[in-house]
Design a binder for this molecule. Sequence first.
Ligand SMILES: Cc1cc2nc3c(=O)[nH]c(=O)nc-3n(C[C@H](O)[C@H](O)[C@H](O)COP(=O)(O)OP(=O)(O)OC[C@H]3O[C@@H](n4cnc5c(N)ncnc54)[C@H](O)[C@@H]3O)c2cc1C
Length: 417
Amino acid sequence: MSWSNWSGSVRAPAAVQRPRTEDELAAIVQRARTVRPTGAGHSFMPLCASDDAIVSLEELEGELTVSADRTTARIPAGWSIKRLTAALWEHGLALANQGDVNPQSLAGAMATGTHGTGAGLGNLATFARGFRLIGADGGAKWCDATTEPDLFQAQRLSLGMFGIATEIECEVVPAFHLAERIEKRPWGEVRERYFDLVRDTRHVEFWFFPHADSVILKTLELCDPCDPPPSTTDMEETAFRRLLNVGAFIPQLVPTLQRLMMRTDMNGRRRGPAHAIFPSDRTIPFEEMEYEMPQAAGLETLDEVVGRIRKKRLPVSFPFEFRVVAPDDIWMSPMNAGPVAAISMHQYAKMPWRALFADAEAIFRAHGGRPHWAKRHTLTRDDVDALYPMAERYREVRRAADPAGKFLNPHLSELFS
Ligand SMILES: Cc1cc2nc3c(=O)[nH]c(=O)nc-3n(C[C@H](O)[C@H](O)[C@H](O)COP(=O)(O)OP(=O)(O)OC[C@H]3O[C@@H](n4cnc5c(N)ncnc54)[C@H](O)[C@@H]3O)c2cc1C
């Protein structure tokens, strides 16, 4: 059976192989002409596509172990965020932050700099403390900040090019509970208060339908211990799905449908263990582009993109999502130049998205944005060099780890070979 990503926009002829042991994995790597590791296939760019071998670690043997001081855990790299956060909870531990869904593998999420929201919280790759890797020759090796530090630096945001991670040492924190609050607010008001909200709230984000005047504001704050919530999701998607299908059939109706959507009651409250509150169900397929903007330029950039969509009455049927992420020191992280405002642009997967994304991408780039590596972008090799001072060093480490390019595919070769 062939492979496809979550949204269905990337397909590959190779069947997915699921080794149960590191020896089986090493044999696959040794046999293959090229091999791409995959997690849950939640990336929109063709990162996992291969015409030879695709390998998933879902079934690889391994277990979670917690360090004596309880600040780190060794986690099988192919475990989903859902599985590992449930296992950590049994030990009274948690991840300090998560994105808005949890089927992704830990390795896949770190490999692309997946993030949640929170001014004081970095992306998931910043939690990495060490990696056990199966290299291009099939041999196993460990890297961390002191053992093979360059390999560790590159592997923190690796796009799966430096080896296949089988185990990850990850920073963890004591278990905590969260109270979620969702409110519809006028855009002008949220815009005005935004930097205060970012400063005063542990996790804040908003969704913005480009043709509507209100936004959906979501905050998460620490709260006292409580039971898991009755619902697994922040917002119900049934009404939205109906409107999307009408809009896909008659795109000119999209602006009106969005204003209608924003008239419905959206306010919501949930409380529960952090790992049950961070993720929500996202059951409607979409395509996504995301740019990480210098934080000070975020709102202005969003205004410009939304202004353009409104002016041309473009049928962008999903809301924008606007989050904040703390800076880091990872060579290829789009957050490595300072705090970012992460602006995600989505389009219903049943509707055209390329031209819409191209229009917005020019604005994101003009304001100094750098794309999320897993989401749609059109960077060239020259763009990568212009945006990332450490790009050539990253390529050197890649060449040393994999001289024959076994872990490359055409998309990655173009940018990093
Ligand atoms: C519904 C949805 C919601 C999302 N929400 C968020 C969000 O809130 N925040 C955010 O930042 N992103 C989000 N994303 C993007 C998503 O988190 C990233 O695409 C992430 O990389 C997906 O993880 P995965 O396990 O599916 O990895 P894949 O997409 O399968 O792979 C991603 C990369 O990891 C590499 N990789 C996978 N396993 C290994 C391994 N064992 N060793 C080495 N390399 C490996 C792959 O080769 C590839 O380069 C979302 C995507 C979807 C579809």
